[in-house]
Design a protein around this ligand. Structure first.
Ligand SMILES: O=C1C[C@@](O)(C(=O)O)C[C@@H](O)[C@@H]1O
Length: 246
């Protein structure tokens, strides 16, 4: 799945099943390579049967586009949810045991016991695990970003992800440099982005530095700086075409 670079992923951020399916139907027309369900936006997240029912509805309406299941924590930029960490991991494991989602995202800053449990269950069920790191306050220096991606790999991630917030253009360059270094030193695909307006260039060109996936708005944005999928695709296609002509 990750051979083609970059894959474009669009999030689903609806509050309830009806909103989500409406959003999904509109998004599918735009043919993203990947669809992420941001389950922290779902108001019935505490009811496992409702989550699984919605997961199945998403699967049935996704026309075969691979699906990513994400519960972003409040401390890493997500919504507040009424689940304790062990309940969150229970839910992620329950989703891994269905056929609905191919990938799950979990934050590498969580306790290692939880990460190990999810790694085991996801592996047993043939699901890919993204271990992620988000910093909505700032961009750490490039060695720290690289370190976070290496930690994800050392915990057994199939894919390592880092999203950081820039304060100036140099921060964006630090993210891109860390991406290039990670591509050279890690044995798994990486996903990186610099957020906000300043970082938008990383969403357009990060793939040239080694990032495998870029997140775009299908219907609604899930993080600052995401571009509409139509525009992002045009930029990527134009750059690819121009580079290959030279
Ligand atoms: O981790 C990420 C990346 C992201 O934060 C972004 O900046 O595009 C968007 C989130 O929905 C996703 O889970």
């Amino acid at each position: 799945m990750f051979e083609q670079k970059p894959l474009i992923c669009t999030p689903l951020t609806g509050k309830n099943t009806e909103e989500i399916i409406k959003e999904l139907i509109a998004i599918v027309q735009k043919q993203p390579d990947l669809i992420e369900w941001r389950v922290d936006f779902f108001e019935q997240i505490a009811e496992t049967d409702k989550v699984l029912f919605t997961a199945e509805q998403i699967f049935k309406n996704s026309t075969g586009i691979p699906l990513l299941f994400t519960i972003r924590s409040h401390k890493e930029g997500g919504e507040s949810i009424p689940l304790a960490e062990n309940e969150k991991v229970d839910l992620l494991c329950a989703v891994c045991e269905t056929e609905f989602f191919e990938l799950v995202d979990y934050e590498a800053s969580n306790e290692i016991e939880y990460i190990k449990r999810l790694r085991d269950v996801s592996k047993q069920n043939g699901k890919k695990l993204i271990l992620s790191y988000h910093n909505f306050d700032c961009t750490p220096d490039k060695s720290e970003i690289l370190n976070r991606l290496q930690i994800a790999e050392s915990y057994g991630a199939d894919i390592a992800k880092a999203a950081v917030m820039p304060k100036d253009e140099k921060d964006v360059l630090a993210l891109l440099e860390a991406t290039k270094d990670a591509e050279a030193s890690l044995n798994i695909p990486i996903i990186t982005m610099s957020m906000g307006q300043l970082g938008a260039i990383s969403r357009m060109l990060g793939w040239m530095y080694g990032s495998s996936v870029t997140f775009a708005v299908g219907e609604k944005s899930s993080a600052p700086g995401q571009l509409p999928i139509e525009k992002l695709r045009k930029v990527i296609d134009l750059v690819k075409e121009t580079v290959s002509e030279n």
